[in-house]
Write a protein that binds this ligand. Structure first.
Ligand code: HEC
Ligand code: HEC
Length: 200
């Protein structure tokens, strides 16, 4: 009997802990959101050169990137210069609150620029025979992103192209992207940019 009571109490205690962990996150500190927005723009939809949009981006990916900025050897000097210091000031909880906030903002749609975009779409859908698998197999049929792979559609063009170059030069470390970008040429990056990005 005592054992049964003990087990019931233990189960009740455990479910409380789990509910707290899974419960709604607090809204991030408005001053902190404002700080991110100075570079990433209102709701993360900004138009600062070479600075990614965060709105509608996959939250797990954003968190993974924020942690990645702590290791300068895994990113470009540009990433370290702009994000290292900010990333060091964020606790896990604050970082999670912030990425959930930006991920929940409506995404920016792609704005394909023809005729180059047609070439970009072909690479996106079919890859490059023998060398690169279709981008859509990881990033989703509409560039919307999947678990583990970021949204690309509607991202700023200069940022997208810089990242592809950084993957090609192995300056941004990613086991998924380095081996693919290695087989690609800058004019293919420009075509993908024309298909996926939105610079408005
Ligand atoms: C001084 C300007 C600046 C501020 C302030 C800033 N960022 Fe950034 N952020 C950047 C730049 C520039 C990049 C692109 C780095 C690169 O080249 O990879 C970036 C990249 C990112 C990325 C990677 C996105 C992706 O698509 O890979 C995340 C996540 C991010 N920032 C979150 C934040 C958050 C959250 C805050 C506020 C706590 C913040 N940033 C504040 C400039 C800034
Ligand atoms: C095997 C799966 C896979 C394939 C195929 C793939 N990607 Fe990726 N891609 C990823 C992952 C995972 C990341 C996140 C890398 C990281 O951890 O920083 C990524 C990141 C990116 C980024 C950086 C986005 C940002 O916000 O910083 C770009 C741009 C990109 N991929 C473009 C492409 C293009 C274009 C293709 C096709 C030529 C492609 N990817 C094919 C998995 C893939």
């Amino acid at each position: 009997m005592r054992l049964a009571l003990f087990l019931t109490a233990l189960a009740a205690g455990m479910s409380t802990v789990a509910a707290q962990a899974a419960g709604p996150m607090a809204t991030p500190d408005p001053q902190l959101i404002a700080k991110c927005q100075t570079c990433h723009g209102p709701d993360g939809k900004g138009a600062t050169p070479a600075t990614p949009r965060l709105n509608g981006q996959n939250a797990d990916y954003l968190l993974h990137r924020l942690k990645g900025f702590l290791d300068p050897t895994s990113g470009t000097p540009h990433a370290t210069e702009h994000m290292w210091q900010t990333a060091t000031t964020l606790s896990d909880r604050t970082a999670t609150e912030l990425v959930r906030f930006f991920a929940a903002q409506p995404a920016t749609p792609a704005d394909p620029k023809m005729p180059l975009a047609a070439r970009g779409e072909k690479i996106y859908r079919q890859g490059i025979v023998g060398d690169v698998p279709a981008c859509e197999s990881c990033h989703g049929p509409a560039g919307e992103g999947r678990a583990g792979a970021p949204r690309l559609a509607g991202q700023r063009g200069d940022y997208l192209e810089e990242q592809l170059n950084a993957f090609m030069l192995q300056m941004r470390v990613s086991s998924d992207m380095n081996r693919h970008a290695w087989h690609m040429e800058p004019d293919q990056f420009r075509a993908l940019r024309a298909y996926l990005s939105n610079d408005r």
